[in-house]
Design a protein around this ligand. Structure first.
Ligand SMILES: [Zn+2]
Length: 295
């Protein structure tokens, strides 16, 4: 039913006010849904065109994420799992108008890193939503969620943190609550997803070809990963639940001993980013000697 029909109908018959409003709401919801689907289709096309990972994005329903734009001052972006709301800085919208997402090809590498970080949060949120649904829904996604839960129990319940963010070598131990450890895992993994995308773009920049077609570029990406592990760059954070602890620090950053492990990186490369088999083999061979499995 068009808006015109609904409005004319409203003028003739006020006793139909409630159903008419419902009809209008249904039309608006349908429009919104197709807007979201179009945004999502464009995002997937763009990602393919700039040779970025799409595996986990393809698992998400087109209308799952509600994109919003704002002038964010303190954070680059936010994701609110309860409403599936992703709030991005206005600079990531088309013409900075705050209405729809800017084409990925027009984003800077840093903007794409932020976007992928947030998209990964949305994906983990989706896996949890699907887990609560009975039957076949989400079949195939459970593998990552069960791996995440094992890692949460094994690696993120007791962590080392850096009490002073800039003094990376001063560390303290913390026992995290369930929600703190889940947040620490999510942030650590999202940091890696953003890292992987930014570095893929950087190594592909010179030739404009996918790093999966160029062994030299694949080698560079893996070298960069080695350096990141050595420097302890792949670390997440959590917001302390304890108000006393929160008075000391709004966020607690994990220390190098609690950064991402090789095993986690491998699983994320395979199951989330969908990196090619040959690339994963190359990655595994490069890190063979430093493989330490703690879980
Ligand atoms: Zn995050």
């Amino acid at each position: 039913m068009s808006h015109l029909t609904i409005r004319l109908f409203l003028a003739w018959c006020c006793c139909w006010l409630v159903p008419v409003f419902l009809a209008e709401a249904a039309v608006t919801a349908r429009d919104e849904k197709s807007d979201k689907s179009r945004t999502w289709e464009r995002l997937l096309d763009d990602a393919g065109r700039v040779q970025l990972p799409t595996k986990f994005l393809k698992a998400l329903p087109p209308d799952f994420i509600h994109f919003e734009f704002d002038d964010l001052r303190f954070y680059a972006a936010e994701y609110h799992p309860d409403e599936h709301r992703m709030i991005l800085n206005r600079s990531l919208s088309f013409n900075a108008a705050g209405r729809t997402l800017k084409p990925l090809g027009k984003m800077t590498h840093k903007e794409l890193e932020v976007l992928y970080h947030e998209l990964f949060h949305a994906y983990m949120n989706y896996l949890q939503v699907v887990e609560k649904q009975p039957g076949e829904a989400g079949h195939g996604s459970r593998e990552l969620l069960s791996f995440a839960k094992k890692q949460q129990a094994c690696r993120y319940e007791e962590v080392r943190i850096t009490p002073v963010a800039l003094r990376k070598d001063d560390t303290e131990s913390r026992y995290l609550t369930k929600s703190e450890s889940w947040e620490a895992l999510n942030e650590t993994w999202a940091v890696f997803i953003g890292w992987a995308v930014w570095n893929q773009l950087e190594v592909q920049q010179k030739t404009g070809r996918s790093m999966f077609q160029k062994p030299q570029q694949a080698h560079q990406w893996i070298l960069r990963l080695k350096v990141a592990f050595e420097k302890g760059d792949l670390r997440g954070y959590y917001v302390p639940e304890d108000p006393d602890e929160r008075r000391l620090a709004q966020k607690r950053y994990l220390a190098k001993p609690s950064q991402l492990t090789l095993k986690e990186a491998g699983v994320l490369m395979k199951q989330v980013l969908g990196f090619q088999h040959d690339f994963i083999k190359r990655f595994e061979a490069s890190f063979e000697s430093s493989k330490v499995s703690t879980c």
